[in-house]
Design a protein around this ligand. Sequence first.
Ligand SMILES: Cc1cc2nc3c(=O)[nH]c(=O)nc-3n(C[C@H](O)[C@H](O)[C@H](O)COP(=O)(O)OP(=O)(O)OC[C@H]3O[C@@H](n4cnc5c(N)ncnc54)[C@H](O)[C@@H]3O)c2cc1C
Length: 462
Amino acid sequence: MSMLAQSVEILTSIVGRERISITEADRTLHARDQSAFPAHLPDVIVWPQSTAEVSAILRCANEARLPLTAWGAGTSLEGNPIPVRGGIVLNLQQMNRIIQIYENDFQVTVQPGLFYKDMNHTLARYGLFFPPDPGANASIGGMLANNAAGIRTVKYGATRDNVLALEVVLADGEIIRTGSRAVKQSSGYDLTHLFVGSEGTLAIITEATLKLAPLPACFSAVTAAFATVEAAAQVVFDVIASCLEPAALELLDTTAVTVMNSEESINLVAAPHVFMEFNGASEAGVQERLALAEEICRAYQCLDYRAGSGREARAQLWEARHRIFEVHRRYYAGHDYLLTDVAVPISQYPTLIAAAAGITAELAATSSIISHAGDGNVHLAIFFPPEDDDARANATRINEHVVNRALALGGTITGEHGVGLGKQKYMRQEHGPAALNLMRQLKAWLDPNGILNPGKVVADER
Ligand SMILES: Cc1cc2nc3c(=O)[nH]c(=O)nc-3n(C[C@H](O)[C@H](O)[C@H](O)COP(=O)(O)OP(=O)(O)OC[C@H]3O[C@@H](n4cnc5c(N)ncnc54)[C@H](O)[C@@H]3O)c2cc1C
């Protein structure tokens, strides 16, 4: 009997026949994420329901030297959960309980397979929410593993900034706890944040204690259009520099707005836009910030300025923004795509935006700038017909150019999507050989048989 067949028997004895699958349909469902990287079929999928089961599964995988890739919701955009070496996919969606809500401490302890939108739905009853907001309905485990961020990061930070403690299972099945529920922690090496952002290559997260924020009482939403994307980028810088503390600050170029306008409910001026949200405890405070934001927009001769107050205006704005990727895919149906994700310090943001717009125009590419502008994070969504090799090569050139510019401006190769498959080739450039080597040593020490999500983050030898 092959090692794989023996392992399937052991795995079946751990989780029972109902929670293991080797069917083509289930393997196909776990073969690719939402990126354009090619699919790769795993050999077997298991659905654990407890930390003890995860531990037993890892022990089995480690002894058999079988690759094991964790799976949250599969919404990654860099190939992060694609099981490129086959083996086991560990789908955590049946570990989806809220273990405890600490209402008076603004904290919650959850299992990793819980989807954050479902969690926030429950937390709303307590007047609380978990702010990191990647748009797609991701799992908490996937958000922690990718250090996901999103439109609210400018005010509340990324997932990394909102986690206090973890329970993780190491490659050999050992269960450890990191951190505590104290919001200040200065005790020993920061293992919690070593595992956050490690994309399932160092351990499996089986429990997390997260920081929550009170739901704001008052909201406002603003859309402002400008003649050039450079003017819109300057507005972003001025809003941040004026300490207006937006709860969200996004930039879209003309192409992105044109694509959004293809949706029935959306009717924006076809020009670069800044989207903003301000929230707070009192209407007067929100209105004061709105007035200053309007002043900044007018100083850059904004072509169109729309502001609304209340939950409905806010919901409308973000509903449209959240669907932007899906709307693009529909608009460019039949096209392949490449998504860029970089981030720079805010003072360099206008320069990066100008560079991105410049190279796109120079190569006449079909590309949208969609940016979490307030934290200096820029995405380009570049679309091309699958058979057009020149357009594909241009997409790669644009991506390279933007990544190199971000690094030259003191930034990073990925602001939120993670390294996955696509960004490994830039790891040496960003971190240097010594730091990259240390990362590889950490990986080898924590996962000596290289079973955890092999082929990712630090696997590329370049
Ligand atoms: C339309 C759309 C919009 C998006 N917008 C944003 C955005 O604004 N910001 C942003 O940051 N991302 C965004 N994303 C990307 C994606 O939602 C995030 O990367 C998210 O964190 C992925 O979570 P997931 O549950 O889908 O994880 P998966 O894709 O299933 O897995 C992600 C990684 O985590 C590992 N993993 C999963 N669970 C665990 C666990 N319990 N323990 C250890 N490792 C684990 C996997 O092996 C993989 O490496 C978007 C995606 C889409 C489709």
